[in-house]
Ligand binder design. Structure first.
Ligand SMILES: [Zn+2]
Length: 96
């Protein structure tokens, strides 16, 4: 059930949990029994299942507990590697 927030003129705001669509515009304040009007507030929608939340959670977790791997990624060549580049533009780069 949704939480509805009410505001009394002389008291702190209070919340009531009511079935959807049954919240009155004006209700009795639990403190002073005066009129308290319903406030329009932003809905509290959870993002725990969204992909954005999962990405943030995975990034935070990997910062503290990196995933341990016991093999290389598939498709990565591990044998003979090319020591120098074959790109002719790399010949113009400054040498140490
Ligand atoms: Zn009140």
């Amino acid at each position: 059930m949704p939480i509805y927030e009410f505001r009394c003129a002389g008291c702190p705001d209070f919340e009531l949990i009511l079935p959807m669509g049954t919240a009155p515009v004006v209700t009795a304040c639990p403190t002073c029994q005066g009129d308290a009007r319903r406030r329009i507030t932003a809905p509290n929608i959870s993002r725990t299942g969204s992909s954005a939340f999962q990405l943030i959670d995975a990034a935070t977790r990997s910062a503290h507990e990196p995933t341990v791997v016991d093999s290389t990624k598939p498709g990565v060549r591990t044998g003979k590697t090319q020591r120098y580049t074959s790109n002719p533009l790399h010949q113009k780069l400054p040498r140490p």
